[in-house]
Write a protein that binds this ligand. Structure first.
Ligand code: ZN
Length: 333
């Protein structure tokens, strides 16, 4: 379709999807929407502006989402839905499970009060060995360096040698494009390069803590509204670049660590960046009841395996009004 025509028809499509999408129609078989959130930050928080647009929602947007979800879905905890599925019990026709990836401190600050107020369950996938440390995810380090103007030469040219990155742009889109290009390298290569350039010393102001503490994670769990799943030990992408022993550690040890720290069983897993090799998948199948990917879609229990559950990613730019959020849930856009 012509680009301009497409643009002109977009509001109509959003409106139709919002009103008549899959989530509004009766279904002959049970379906499960798994929503994927990352950060929850108010617009006036400096951290909001330091984050990629695709990673963040405001507390106001999340609150509106929870209201809408209660209107259209049976909101379930992923753990209980998976248990019911395994036991062959009747599943809701329109089930929705909420997930938060990584264990961001802002989830404790802003998501937990909303989940409690709306009495809505969620699953949080924690990076087991990084909780309670000053760990920063490499995309955030790269973004911080680029925003300071300290990153172009070091991060892109000299250290990592990614060709074809525009040297002038510091817009969120340009930064996101740079981060995407860096993904040709392994996480280890990127962290080594950043450490070699002493990235912390290059920032005029230290980055604010990314992840919550163990005490905060325990408080999330103790609220009764949050289940904790594993998101590996160190957030490495589980590709063929990892050895068998590295995969074993990321997948199996993360569960052991979380169970020891939290005192409960951990049965759900989340693949970092949605990447996994065949070997990673079979290890996850052997050690967890279910796992989520970043593949977009709505789960039909009969056709999808429990270890490659698809999700609907939501962030502020595409879901800040009821209509746009409903369009996102439609499965059409
Ligand atoms: Zn993650």
């Amino acid at each position: 379709m012509n680009k301009f025509l497409k643009q002109a028809l977009k509001p109509l499509l959003v409106s139709s999807a919002s009103r008549w999408g899959t989530h509004r129609r009766p279904s002959s078989e049970p379906r499960l929407w798994v929503l994927m959130y990352h950060r929850v930050l108010p617009v006036d928080d400096p951290r909001y502006h330091q984050e990629e647009p695709g990673m963040r929602v405001t507390p106001e947007t999340l609150g509106m989402h929870l209201e809408e979800l209660k209107r259209h879905f049976d909101i379930v905890s992923l753990t209980s839905w998976v248990k019911a599925h395994q036991q062959g019990k009747q599943l809701p026709r329109h089930a929705c499970a909420i997930t938060f990836d990584d264990g961001w401190l802002d989830n404790f600050e802003y998501a937990l009060p909303l989940l409690k107020a709306h009495r809505v369950p969620a699953t949080l996938f924690a990076v087991a060995e990084k909780i309670g440390t000053d760990f920063q995810f490499w995309p955030n380090i790269v973004a911080a360096l680029l925003l300071e103007g300290a990153g172009h030469q070091m991060v892109e040219d000299r250290v990592l040698g990614v060709p074809g990155i525009d040297q002038t742009g510091r817009s969120p889109e340009r930064i996101a494009a740079c981060i995407k290009k860096l993904k040709v390298y392994t996480d280890r290569q990127i962290f080594d390069a950043l450490d070699n350039m002493h990235w912390r010393q290059r920032l005029s102001t230290p980055m604010s803590p990314a992840l919550m503490s163990w005490a905060q994670l325990r408080e999330m769990q103790a609220s009764g509204w949050v289940d904790i799943g594993s998101h590996t030990c160190t957030h490495q992408r589980l590709t063929t670049a990892l050895s068998s022993s590295e995969l074993e550690r990321e997948i199996v040890e993360s569960r052991v660590r979380l169970e020891r720290e939290l005192g409960t069983s951990v049965n759900l897993f989340c693949f970092p960046n949605g990447d996994y090799s065949a070997q990673a998948l079979s290890l996850v199948k052997a050690h967890y009841d279910a796992a989520v990917t970043t593949q977009k879609g709505i789960n039909r229990p009969r056709s999808n395996g429990l270890h490659e559950l698809v999700r609907v990613g939501v962030h502020n730019d595409i879901s800040d009004t009821r209509r746009r959020f409903n369009a996102r849930l439609s499965g059409w856009l």
